[in-house]
Write a protein that binds this ligand. Sequence first.
Ligand SMILES: Nc1ncnc2c1ncn2[C@@H]1O[C@H](COP(=O)(O)OP(=O)(O)OP(=O)(O)O)[C@@H](O)[C@H]1O
Ligand SMILES: [Mg+2]
Length: 329
Amino acid sequence: MNDTNPSAGGTPAIEIQGLTKMYRGVVALQDLDLRIEAGSAFGFIGPNGAGKSTTIKILATLIRPTGGHAAVCGVSVTRHAERVKPLVGYMPDVLGVYDDMLVVEYLEFFAAAYRIRGEARARKIDEVLELTDLVQKREQPVKGLSRGMGQRLGLARCLLHDPQVLLLDEPAAGLDPRARIEFKELVHQLRRQGKTLVISSHILSEIGEMCDTIGIIERGKLLFAGSIGEAKRRLGAQQGRVFRIRVAEEGEDRRNANAVMEQFRGHPDVAAMKEGGPGEVLVKLRDGAADPSFLSRDVVRTGLSLLHFSETEFSLEDVFLHVTKGQVA
Ligand SMILES: Nc1ncnc2c1ncn2[C@@H]1O[C@H](COP(=O)(O)OP(=O)(O)OP(=O)(O)O)[C@@H](O)[C@H]1O
Ligand SMILES: [Mg+2]
């Protein structure tokens, strides 16, 4: 198949079926099925020890699964590992030790391993140093890099051979706020180039900003895979829609907020209510309650000043906490 444009034939960037990995009796992955479409940014989340790094390393052909199948752009990671390597860029969670090398030598070493030679090698190294903002560190020893700069070098390294699929294991860990913002920008840039990104992270807000789809894994089992919007919608459908109402208060006694609660008590469409911040009431509607606009209308009708009315959105943290049970392997 033509690997330069994997989306053309609808071949997924990643396809995993029944993947299992055992480490001397420890089950790290259990019958994992997962499909990641070409061109998407997939956030891989789960508690410590869930199996994210294990999955990523199998896709990077660094470890072999105990059972099952995994393919990158339609190429099997076990049967054709040598054909998968040029397709993937793997950024490990920890950079290896290359004590005596300069940054530029480190990149030359990996570029040589990818058989990038001569002019093209020098050009590519300059390009990735630029992309990851490491130009100033070019002639510095790798061992003198801070943690965040080490992360950037790891990213630079995995961009050298211009791979279709980027496998980034906790890429933003240790980055300072500016580097995080730049990293997000880089992710968007790589997506515009049509690359597929698999990003594992514990920082869910970042996953929310960078990714369109997520997979939640726990104890080696996939609990959810799909779009972030779908995950939130499902949670909303299970938990009921919640609306935030804020009215103007004259004193500190929540008089007007209490009046709002009085007004909706016993209403057939209201399942529950809760006090929020000053002047604020959270109203959960019953399943099947059709039109929430009666809430704002009724508040205004009683003469109270409505300052705010919105539907509360579930966050990725809400989704994560709901889907996982907090079990650490
Ligand atoms: N080389 C190894 N030898 C033995 N067990 C291992 C090895 N690597 C991973 N494991 C085990 O496999 C399971 C999955 O580990 P993995 O590193 O994939 O988790 P993770 O989701 O990446 O966790 P974290 O969020 O902490 O990085 C854990 O129980 C871990 O202890
Ligand atoms: Mg890990």
